[in-house]
Ligand binder design. Structure first.
Ligand code: PAF
Length: 280
């Protein structure tokens, strides 16, 4: 695995790969890799000549300083995991390398960014868009892989690629879950044993709610799931939304959407967990 810490080193490595007409599958990450990331990487590796991964804890997408400071950083373990999935190029810049100048770009995603994560984490998606666009320009991937756990992020990145005609194909991949249903996330590492034991109730509440589609309206389903989450006193739900899966707008009637999902963000101890499941 070639490790590049500078844009220059990465540029040279990518130039060489592209001259050899190699397709590049790219998985951008913030490190603290888990099976969910590795699944994206295995798929990227199998569908392309080369696998490129970035590890960069992007300060400008955190709207909470403590969340940024406490974000797990486990470089050596990550490196071993990357070797195990056959990563060819790792780009691991520091903050100055990624942002030599103050960031001025402002991206607008209309209604996509006014709901859920966009509403509760001001500036978050701008930070994601800035870093992902820069990473795409540096890595020049053929395909880039993103998990559906961050479903709204995926929608924002698709809009970014479309809006700026970026020459990359976005590949959505299903959420990878622990055996008890908890969506895999780097933040799970920060849960206490007791918090970890109850965290799967988030997925259970969403799945049960989704199964009630034939007897509840979208708004009734939203309230049902919220009440279910409130039954666990340690959970502090920020939102539950039942939304059209294509534009993420809250759904009034089932007939208004071709596919729908139920989404939530829940504070549990020091961690904010998000999850979503398809309804249909
Ligand atoms: O999903 C993530 O880990 C991050 O938001 C991403 C896409 C790597 C951008 O920093």
């Amino acid at each position: 695995m070639l490790v590049c810490n500078t844009r220059k080193a990465l540029h040279n490595a990518i130039d060489e790969s592209l001259q050899g007409q190699k397709s590049i599958g790219f998985v951008p990450t913030m490190g603290a890799l888990h099976e969910g990331h590795l699944e994206l990487m295995r798929r990227a590796k199998s569908e392309n000549d080369l696998l490129a991964v970035s590890i960069f804890v992007n300060p400008i997408q955190f709207n909470n300083r403590e969340d940024y400071d406490k974000y797990p950083r486990v470089a050596e373990t990550d490196r071993q995991l990357l070797e195990s999935v056959g990563c060819d190029i790792l780009f691991s810049p520091d903050e100055h390398e990624m942002y030599p100048e103050p960031v001025k770009e402002r991206y607008h995603f209309g209604a996509l960014e006014t709901v859920m994560e966009g509403a509760f984490r001001p500036g978050h998606f701008n930070g994601v868009a800035v870093v992902v666009k820069r990473l795409f320009e540096l890595v020049r991937p053929t395909k880039a892989y993103f998990g559906e756990k961050d479903y709204q992020q995926l929608a924002i990145i698709k809009a970014l690629v479309e809006g700026y005609h970026l020459p990359v194909q976005i590949v959505p991949c299903p959420t990878v879950r622990e055996a008890d249903g908890l969506a895999m996330s780097s933040r799970n590492m920060r849960l206490s044993p007791n918090e970890r034991a109850i965290a799967p109730k988030i997925y259970k509440a969403l799945s049960k709610a989704a199964s009630l589609r034939n007897v509840l309206s979208p708004e009734e389903m939203r309230i049902w799931a919220l009440n279910e989450l409130y039954k666990t006193p340690e959970f502090h739900p920020e939102y539950v939304e039942v939304a059209d899966a294509s534009n993420l707008q809250p759904l009034q009637h089932w007939n208004d959407a071709a596919s729908a999902r139920i989404f939530t963000a829940v504070h549990l101890g020091p961690v904010r967990l998000i999850d979503n499941v398809p309804i249909f």
